[in-house]
Design a protein around this ligand. Structure first.
Ligand code: ZN
Ligand code: ZN
Length: 77
């Protein structure tokens, strides 16, 4: 069972999906709340738009992406 849930826009970590999706996210370009990252926990996260690799979801999310339609890196699942 997964016990940690991450926001795909900012990398914030929550212990449940319901708490993650009830909190507003400053980096979500589509809406106001955190959105669940549906991939598994990894040692390395890759942006699906440009292929850049990061050691954590939060560092991937903190950098802008020149190839992404949202201007943010988007983690591959
Ligand atoms: Zn977020
Ligand atoms: Zn990228």
């Amino acid at each position: 069972m997964m016990s940690k849930f991450y926001c795909k826009w900012c990398g914030s970590k929550y212990s449940s999906v319901s708490s993650l999706t009830s909190v507003s996210c400053s980096k979500n370009p589509e809406g106001k709340k955190h959105a669940l990252y549906e991939g598994s926990e990894k040692s390395q996260y890759v942006c699906k738009c440009c292929g850049s690799k990061y050691s954590s979801l939060s560092s991937l999310c903190s950098v802008s992406c020149s190839k992404s339609p949202t201007k943010k890196h988007q983690p591959a699942l």
